[in-house]
Design a protein around this ligand. Structure first.
Ligand SMILES: C[S@@+](CC[C@H](N)C(=O)[O-])C[C@H]1O[C@@H](n2cnc3c(N)ncnc32)[C@H](O)[C@@H]1O
Length: 556
């Protein structure tokens, strides 16, 4: 019996369930766990396309639900929980994720797609173990998922509609509840039944056991499917990724899937021993698979993001991280001690300001930087471009728009909009190296310095990943110039990582700040203040969950 010893460890602790699902509540209550229910305010709107497999989507949603509650409670409830539990259940069939139906017709669509077939039910679970350190929230995150396979009988139209009209499908993932009437639709269940109801109790107890009854460092038990991390990144995974990318392993295995380590070593001109270690490390990171041992293939993640010719290739960004960001971080202790960028130590030359770096670097350095910006803009561009209704704007100017990757996403999303990309002359000159995914005569380029030169006239100014590079004084200069160019009703669309208001996350923003560039990471409220001081009133703010957040402001 795993749970009892764990329950005694939890007595006296504030355990919080970040879910309002009555079924989860009942499962945990029946197991004897004492907890408070604080339903999460996190909106389940993550972009499913960015996840390589459905269970990652469920785990991320569970994580975000739990984190939202863990962060809110100290502020709004004036108490810090010891443990927050978040969970998200999804059903997948034929590669599609089914959540809760929004209407009877939606329920019909879901249930008829399940009829006569086997489908998977995944529940992602996140356990946040909170500690208060110097009145700040510090936490450990353990996440895992459980898959159960369920087969439905062939369902006649009458049966489907009778079930839908019972009202049961409406608040349930996949449109059915196995514990009630929906149980009649099921031919078999392979795996944990409670996982289908909404919570994988057995797996959860094992994880609690790992947290409370074993030392986490010596425990391998949870390491297979659970992921224990502090608010930071792990260095070696990044290096394995950088190296495999640099040695073109993902391109090679895309063209020739199913090579063994010796064959890969031969192709990339590396040692067999080193290649074997690298390939195994990549398998452990989910970048490669070796389902038919001993040969290797790219995972879906690698196919989507790591091939150099993939639509959403991040190869340029990975190279930039390897060649520019990583050397800076290898002097992090000095960076922290001195509070300045470590350019001089890392590259044996004095730093110029951010823009000048691009201007004065060699052709290769410039291209590398532009490639990095281009790859991130392709991945995030559509999300940023579609974050708001921009139909009232006819002309936009993408300040520091680099290769135009973001601008093309804006014209694609808004048929009535033309965009001028404004960037430094040396960047605009080299834009020809980057082919847009689709040609569009509504995108044009103009060269200049946004601190010194006149800005192109536009109804909307786009500032994507610009302001975090600069201190407040420079931001005021730039916003002042934009305000001068604007008439009332004109807009500024800002896209950045928005720090949480209590600066407890997200870690990607806080870690980026450690590079000690001239700029600084800010929260949405801090950006709002800067913009308001130039007469721009924030009208919408969105956390997109695709790297960048966005804010639309209108000139009063
Ligand atoms: C971090 S990148 C962001 C690129 C792009 N907005 C995106 O989101 O992909 C900053 C961009 O600002 C440009 N930039 C920097 N200083 C500038 C200046 N003074 N005038 C015009 N553009 C500048 C850089 O060349 C670079 O393309």
């Amino acid at each position: 019996m795993v749970l009892n010893p764990v329950i005694s460890k939890l007595s006296g602790k504030l355990v919080v369930l970040a879910s309002a699902s009555p079924r989860r509540l009942e499962i945990l209550r029946n197991a004897g766990l004492r907890f408070e229910v604080v339903p999460s305010w996190f909106k389940e709107t993550l972009d499913k396309r960015v996840f390589k497999s459905p269970h990652e989507y469920a785990v991320e949603t569970a994580k975000q639900k739990a984190l939202e509650v863990a962060r809110r409670m100290p502020v709004k409830h004036l108490k810090t929980p010891d443990i927050v539990i978040g969970a998200d259940t999804i059903v997948t069939v034929d590669g599609l994720i089914l959540e809760k139906p929004v209407s009877k017709h939606d329920a019909y669509r879901m249930l008829s797609s399940l009829s006569g077939k086997e489908h998977s039910v995944y529940t992602g679970v996140a356990i946040i173990v909170c500690h208060e350190k110097e009145s700040k929230l510090d936490y450990q995150l353990i996440d895992f998922y459980e898959e159960t396979k369920v087969k439905f009988a062939d369902l006649s139209e009458d049966m489907l509609w009778e079930y839908i009209n019972s009202g049961e499908p409406m608040d349930k993932a996949g449109g059915y509840g196995i514990q009630a009437l929906g149980g009649m639709l099921v031919e078999y269940v392979h795996g944990d039944f409670l996982n289908v109801v909404g919570f994988p109790l057995n797996h959860f107890c094992k994880q609690l056991d790992v947290i409370y009854n074993q030392s986490t460092s010596s425990s391998d038990q949870g390491a297979e499917s659970a992921h224990l991390s502090h608010n930071g990144t792990h260095v070696p995974p990044a290096l394995a990724l950088f190296t495999a990318s640099k040695l073109s392993v993902f391109d090679l295995l895309h063209g020739k899937p199913g090579l063994d380590a010796a064959q890969v070593a031969h192709e990339i001109r590396a040692s067999v021993k080193g290649t074997q270690c690298l390939l195994e490390a990549c398998v452990s990171l989910g970048l490669l698979t070796t389902s038919q041992k001993p040969v290797y293939e790219n995972t879906e993640l690698a196919t989507l993001f790591l091939r150099s010719d993939a639509r959403f290739s991040l190869r340029g960004y990975i190279q930039h991280c390897n060649d520019t960001v990583w050397p800076l971080f290898s002097h992090l202790d000095s960076a922290v001690q001195e509070g300045t960028t470590q350019h001089q130590r890392a590259f044996s030359k004095k730093p110029k300001d951010n823009s000048q770096d691009v201007c004065h670097g060699s052709q290769d350095v410039k291209l590398r930087f532009m490639n990095a910006m281009h790859s991130i803009a392709k991945v995030t561009g559509e999300t940023v471009a579609t974050a708001f209704d921009l139909s009232s704007f006819k002309t936009a100017c993408d300040l520091g728009g680099c290769t135009g990757a973001m601008a093309y996403e804006f014209t694609k999303a808004h048929p009535g909009l033309s965009v001028t990309v404004f960037d430094l002359p040396s960047v605009v000159e080299m834009r020809e190296h980057f082919q847009p995914q689709h040609a569009d005569s509504r995108v044009s380029f103009a060269a200049g310095d946004f601190f010194k030169d006149e800005l192109p006239k536009a109804d909307l100014y786009i500032l994507a990943r610009i302001l975090h590079d600069w201190p407040d004084e420079k931001v005021h200069i730039l916003l002042g110039k934009i305000a001068d160019a604007c008439t009332p009703g004109c807009g500024v669309l800002l896209s950045e990582i928005f720090l949480d208001e209590d600066r407890a996350g997200p870690s990607r923003g806080l870690l980026q700040a450690l590079s000690m560039s001239e700029g600084q990471q800010r929260s949405a409220a801090e950006y709002s203040l800067l913009l308001k001081s130039h007469g721009f009133i924030p009208s919408h703010i969105t956390h997109t969950h695709n790297l960048l957040d966005a804010m639309l402001c209108i000139k009063a």
